[in-house]
Ligand binder design. Structure first.
Ligand code: ADP
Ligand code: MG
Length: 698
């Protein structure tokens, strides 16, 4: 059997393969493109394509695809085989540089949010050489960006790459000011921790809600939930362990650094964390991870639920986006340094993040907004919908001392003027942890915890990179023109702390009093739902920043806002339709059948002895009948409300109607159905219950 180092990355056209299979000159020129973004010559592309094809064919591949991330949130691929006819009637395997670099999938069926009306229907894909090609099944997958012919991004990778470039440019300006002349580039890196549920395929198949919407729309609370906390980090069940083992193998073959796995808080909930890597690669890898989780689960007779809130009353699933920025030589710019000089630079980058998160709370919030995640944010296990930063006591004390020009800790040792020579030395704070903060500093990185488990991490990182690039730009503009660097630096850090300290909160984010303080005293935003936050994508300050940083054009932003709201509406409408259908065709008939049988039993008893009262049966039938009336009435009301959506003028108006009418009615219908479940004999119930689903995997 092969050891992990022997098969790790065996399905990836990575640096090792390139070095071994490309002529030295071609390799060097490709490396220059990968490392520094240099333009790629078509001759180089031809040579790379030929080597890629030979390698892929030797691994059994027959097809290739440009693999991209349209705005549907999942990945897309269109397979072409390598075959080309040869004169003797046979075929040869061919793949040209042109085919590698550019593809032309038909763009017309992907969401474009109006871009299609304004621009051409055709789109093209362009190779992203910074993310390695890989083989999935029998297909060579080439990571690509997806644009319209006018150059408008139709995907998530294009703006992500642009945001990384924006951050690179501004961070390098700052590093030069600190005398760093050697860094060639600065990149953000991400380690996304992925949560998910595993349930049996057999039970999944019996639930239309899971099949159509990815979450349960009905289900009374099970007698046992997560209250015992006995699942978290608990012993992994054999079937789950077998799944994890195969998952790791598949991910490792694809060069994905799957590292940690454990049971999560809720029953049937688990987590997988990879080792961090460059943001665009981490994004590709996370998309692949989610896809492979589902495939491997199917092989084990399981279904992997990536929905943010598959079960009401049980913890939802998130994705913790661990984010930092580093130079090409590996210096982490969010790591407190050894010397005061390094610490001054660290503090500036830290301030850039603080300012960015405060200035663009709305963008961070909306970058994770989906119908699914709305159930999670603000519920009692996930971070609230209010964005704030956790820094820990030590760092907060340092910032306070700088703000107030007061001594930090020991006055004799340190003077808190932020001349680079006198900044106190402090070490990374490893002791305190805060699990309730949406945006927590964890020593040398920030952990953005608002992402939902099914979110592509692209959106959050686009906003994070762009917002931090904007802070750095403001700083660089000022510092480059400063007469005295140290004085200007001190003044700027101090001003950032004064202006933006409201965003720092080290307390319990789950506490109701925090929401009150955040919104009433501190003026922080609290956008609870997708319709609340999404339209702010088009606020002038946000459009100015994102277009100014070259990350989005205004047309692209409008299209994205439209697509996200449309996605929200469609998701909820499908859920509501599924509810009506299940209530009318499954739940009501089951309750009716049970009530009828109980009534029959009572009648039979009375037939035997007319003096019998049968108050149990009578009471139960009465309750069930009342519930049936409620179910029917609520289902009708919901149907009417769904019909009324057609009157909405546009997608934004529709999303508001959904928030204000549909969601409430869905809740009421569910309540009546769940109450019926608790009164109906188990054998009448038409699908597996919460207890079955959550404790079904042995
Ligand atoms: P924690 O205990 O806070 O969860 P871990 O060390 O387990 O911290 O890391 C969690 C995730 O953060 C992992 O995916 C890890 O690779 C990632 N990570 C660690 N350092 C960095 C960094 N500098 N940049 C981005 N992600 C990082
Ligand atoms: Mg963590």
């Amino acid at each position: 059997m092969k050891t992990v180092p022997e098969y790790f990355g065996s399905m990836v056209f990575d640096d090792r393969v390139m070095k071994a299979n490309l002529p030295a000159k071609v390799y060097q020129s490709l490396r220059k493109t990968i490392d520094e973004g240099a333009q790629l010559d078509i001759r180089v592309a031809n040579a790379v394509a030929a080597a890629m094809k030979d390698w892929a064919v030797s691994k059994g591949a027959t097809h290739y695809t440009h693999w991209f991330q349209p705005l549907t949130g999942v990945t897309a691929e269109k397979h072409d085989s390598f075959i080309a006819p040869s004169p003797d009637g046979g075929v040869i395997m061919e793949f040209s540089g042109k085919e590698l670099v550019r593809g032309e999938p038909d763009a017309s069926s992907f969401p474009s949010g109006g871009l299609r009306a304004t621009f051409e229907a055709r789109g093209y894909t362009a190779w992203d050489p910074t993310s390695y090609a890989f083989i999935k099944g029998k297909t060579l997958c080439i990571p690509t960006a997806f644009c319209s012919y006018g150059g408008e991004a139709l995907d998530k990778k294009t703006p992500l790459l642009r945001s990384m470039e924006a951050l690179n440019k501004q961070a390098l300006r700052i590093l030069r000011l600190f005398g760093n002349d050697t860094a060639k580039c600065v990149r953000s890196s991400v380690g996304p921790e992925q949560e998910y549920f595993l349930i049996t395929k057999e039970m999944y198949d019996q639930r239309p809600d899971l099949r159509f919407t990815g979450r349960t729309l009905f289900g009374a609370k099970p007698p046992k939930g997560q209250e015992m906390d006995d699942h978290y980090f608990g012993v992994i069940k054999p079937r789950v362990a077998a799944f994890m083992e195969e998952l790791n193998d598949e991910l490792w073959k694809l060069g994905i650094l799957a590292k940690t796995e454990h049971n999560e808080v809720a029953p049937a909930q688990h987590e997988l964390a990879p080792i961090y890597t460059t943001t665009n690669i981490a994004t590709d890898h996370n998309q692949l991870t989610m896809e492979i989780m589902q495939k491997v689960a199917a092989k084990h007779g399981l279904v992997c639920l990536l929905h943010e809130k598959p079960f009401a009353g049980v913890n939802g699933s998130g994705k913790h986006n661990n984010w930092s920025i580093a130079t090409d030589s590996g210096q982490n710019l969010l790591s407190p340094g050894e010397t005061p000089f390094e610490n001054a630079q660290f503090l500036l980058f830290l301030c850039a993040v603080i300012k960015a998160v405060d200035d663009y709370q709305d963008l961070l919030r909306l970058s994770v907004a989906t119908a699914g995640n709305d159930h999670r944010l603000g519920a009692n296990e996930a971070p609230p919908a209010v964005v704030s930063i956790f820094l820990g006591d030590e760092l907060t004390a340092v910032l306070e001392a700088i703000e107030n020009d007061t001594p930090y800790q020991d006055a004799e040792k340190t003077q808190m003027k932020l001349g680079v020579n006198v900044l106190p030395k402090f070490n990374r704070d490893t002791t305190d942890r805060n699990r309730t903060s949406p945006f927590a500093f964890t020593g040398n990185k920030f952990e953005f915890r608002m992402l939902g488990s099914s979110n592509s991490i692209a959106c959050a990182n686009i906003m994070l990179n762009s917002a931090v690039a904007e802070s750095l730009k403001v700083y660089a503009d000022r510092l480059e023109g400063a007469e005295d660097f140290e004085t200007a630096l001190h003044a700027m850090i101090q001003k950032t702390i004064k202006d933006h300290k409201r965003i720092i909160f080290n307390g319990n984010g789950y506490d109701g009093s925090w929401i009150q303080e955040a919104t009433e005293k501190r003026g922080l935003l609290n956008y609870r739902t997708t319709p609340d936050c999404m339209p702010h994508l088009l606020d002038k300050k946000n459009v100015d920043m994102l277009t100014g940083q070259g990350v989005y054009s205004e047309a692209e932003l409008k299209s994205r806002c439209e697509i996200m709201l449309d996605n929200y509406c469609k998701t909820v409408v499908i859920e509501a339709n599924t509810m009506v259908d299940m209530a009318k065709t499954q739940i009501a008939p089951a309750v009716e059948a049970y009530a009828a049988d109980v009534a029959k039993a009572a009648a039979a008893k009375k037939g035997l002895d007319s003096a019998l009262v049968c108050s149990y049966e009578t009471g139960l039938v009465r309750k069930l009948s009342a519930l049936l009336d409620r179910i029917a009435a609520k289902a009708d009301e919901l149907e009417d409300a769904l019909l009324a959506l057609h009157q909405a003028e546009d997608v934004q108006a529709e999303s508001v109607m959904i928030r204000d009418s549909i969601l409430g009615l869905m809740g009421e219908l569910r309540l009546a159905c769940d109450e019926s479940e608790t009164l109906t004999a188990k054998k009448y119930w038409p699908f597996p219950t919460y207890a079955d689903l959550l404790f079904g995997v042995k």
